[in-house]
Design a protein around this ligand. Sequence first.
Ligand SMILES: [Zn+2]
Length: 163
Amino acid sequence: MTPMTMTAPASPPARPTLAVDVTDTIRVDDAPRPWLLAMKRGIAGRCPRCGTGHLFSRFLKVAESCDACGEAFHHHRADDLPAYLAIFIVGHVVVGGMVSAETYGDWPLWWHVALWPTLTVVLSLLLLQPLKGAVVALQWAHRMHGFGGAEDEPVPDPAAGRR
Ligand SMILES: [Zn+2]
């Protein structure tokens, strides 16, 4: 049996230090974002932040970022909401108009055939872009889906725990 020798414990390894100050890389934009002004700008197809740049690069294609202030739009998630809103509005106008015309008017059939499908298509095309602009601007104003500077938390798979 060898005698135990007492040695001084080795000094703990030096903790690595961060070369980059992480507080500089996280920018929290907490400036107020008035949702009504943002939605007005979105309806007009303008950037909800500056009101100058374009929100859309094509008819219903949201631009990657504002061409005036650089605000990123790529993380918007309007999805089907603008189409749903357009269907909701156009449906009420057209069906309400049809029922009113049948109830109170005495229109020939060809007026109905000519008017209601045309009105449906025209109103839908007129409403889709402003509605999508309003939805994206509302998401921006409420800092949803990455508009606040932080990415969305990944949604956990509910089926993962049952396996
Ligand atoms: Zn802008």
